[in-house]
Design a protein around this ligand. Structure first.
Ligand code: EPU
Length: 420
């Protein structure tokens, strides 16, 4: 239970410039990857978020020396002292990406014992494809007492994923980077953070080609050296800020982002009647006319990201007309809409489809955050609503957004904390 709640008084158009932080889902892959290197790594643009700090604790527990400079947003990881390949559940339960320790420790020691991962409650989140990949590379994998134990000499192989999986692609790539021989990942995920991890591993001496396409080829190398790497900006934070700007009919320029990563969202905002323009590494969002309802189907990259479905569907609650949202990735990602009914949203939820009937006004109400992106969605809802929205359990937002309240406040949002 969080000791504070967020209070948002809506109706203020956000205005000004904001800088996007480094990517959460790329950082949580690159930090475990540093364990595979023989020398220290310096990773820049590392966001100051809970997930990064949880991983830092885990790496230290394993024997790595880690320091985080929050002014420079830089983490330094010296993995030379790591002498343990067991990570207990009390550590792994704190985040989903803790399962990347399996791939990383397998690559380093040929053995990994890792507790079941935690993470957001957005439905059943199996990791059978990760295990299938490890087995294909020669690991014997067993599961008992809440631990996943994998052991074996990694040997290159072909791995076909039954469906594109970000986590599976990243985990098997980690395990395969130092395998004997060649690995091919087929039907691989194409998300920007998959590409970023491949770029990190290649910068440290890996030989990975094809990341960003559905076929990734990995030629196993003897060792990885250390070095300095800068992670890409956060695609989902960029999108959340774009949606928040549209929701308040504000005029916001988001700097330090990669506009090509945002194309599916940009297309939908344009379809709604929002002005979105980009130049180099900045995106500007401004209002044109009334917001029109649009339909959204979440898909793997470059489709519309499930992580932006939640803030986007909050925005659609006040668009003119009916929007249909079809969530194809996770089965339980509409909890924010149920909360928003208390704010006056008209929503019908049928399994993985939500029908949103836009209303002219939402009003402030007490709501509870159930998962990270639901938190972002409720913040968007609070910014649009008249009156004050009280958001309980907002700590989940800190898992993945760096200083979101501060950034919104600088853009003119009336947002503050109050103890509970
Ligand atoms: N799936 C399987 N078997 C597997 C792995 C996945 O059936 O072994 C299914 C999942 O149940 C899901 C689909 O495949 O239906 C895609 O899952 P994926 O593996 O791509 O998701 P993930 O790796 O668990 C990452 C992000 C999520 C993001 C998804 C989709 C990280 C740490 N997490 O999760 O991010 O929603 O990809 O893009 O990178 C978030 O940031 O809030 C978040 C939940």
């Amino acid at each position: 239970m969080d000791t504070y709640k967020l209070l948002i008084t809506g109706g203020q158009p956000l205005k000004g410039d904001v800088e996007v932080s480094g990517g959460k889902n790329t950082s949580v892959a690159v930090i475990p990857a540093a364990l595979i290197c023989d020398e220290p790594c310096v990773i820049e643009n590392m966001p100051d978020i809970e997930d990064v700090h949880v991983l830092r604790d885990i790496l230290e527990l394993l024997g790595a020396r880690v320091s985080y400079d929050d002014a420079l947003k830089r983490i330094t990881i010296d993995p030379r002292g790591v002498n343990d390949c067991t990570v207990p559940y009390r550590q792994t339960r704190r985040m989903r990406a803790s399962y990347y320790l399996l791939g990383a420790l397998l690559a380093r020691f040929g053995e990994a014992n890792v507790g079941y991962p935690g993470g957001c409650a957005i439905g059943n989140r199996p990791f059978d494809q990760h295990i299938k990949g490890f087995r294909a590379l020669g690991a014997e994998v067993t599961e008992s007492n809440g631990m996943i134990c994998a052991k074996g000499t990694m040997t290159g192989a072909a791995v076909y994923f039954d469906r594109p999986t970000v986590g599976g692609t990243i985990n098997v790539m980690l395990a395969a980077v130092k395998a004997k021989g060649n690995t091919v990942l087929l039907n691989a995920a194409k998300e920007p953070h998959v590409v970023d991890l491949a770029n990190f591993l290649n910068a440290m001496g890996g030989r990975i080609k094809g990341a960003g396409t559905d076929t990734i080829r990995i030629r196993g190398v003897e060792s990885l050296h250390g070095g300095t790497y800068t992670v890409i900006p956060d695609q989902i934070e960029t999108g959340t800020l774009m949606i928040a700007a549209a929701a308040t009919r504000g005029d916001v320029t988001i700097h330090g982002c990669i506009p090509t990563h945002m194309e599916s969202l940009t297309a939908k905002l344009l379809e709604m009647g929002v002005s979105v323009t980009d130049a180099d590494d900045a995106i500007r969002v401004r209002p044109i006319g009334a917001h029109r309802a649009v339909n959204i189907k979440t898909q793997e990259y470059p489709g519309f990201p499930t992580d932006l479905q939640q803030p986007m569907s909050a925005l659609l609650c006040m668009a003119q007309g009916n929007s249909l949202i079809y969530e194809t990735i996770f089965e339980s990602r509409f909890k924010h809409l149920s909360e928003m009914r208390r704010m006056g949203a008209h929503v019908q939820i049928m399994e993985q489809t939500a029908l949103i009937e836009g209303v002219p006004e939402l009003h402030g109400a007490p709501v509870t955050v159930t998962d990270l992106r639901a938190g972002a969605a409720l913040v968007v809802a609070g910014l649009m609503a008249t009156g004050t929205t009280e958001i309980y359990e907002p700590g989940l937002i800190e898992r993945g957004y760096e200083h979101l309240e501060e950034k919104l406040r600088k853009l003119g949002a009336k947002i503050r904390r109050e103890p509970v």
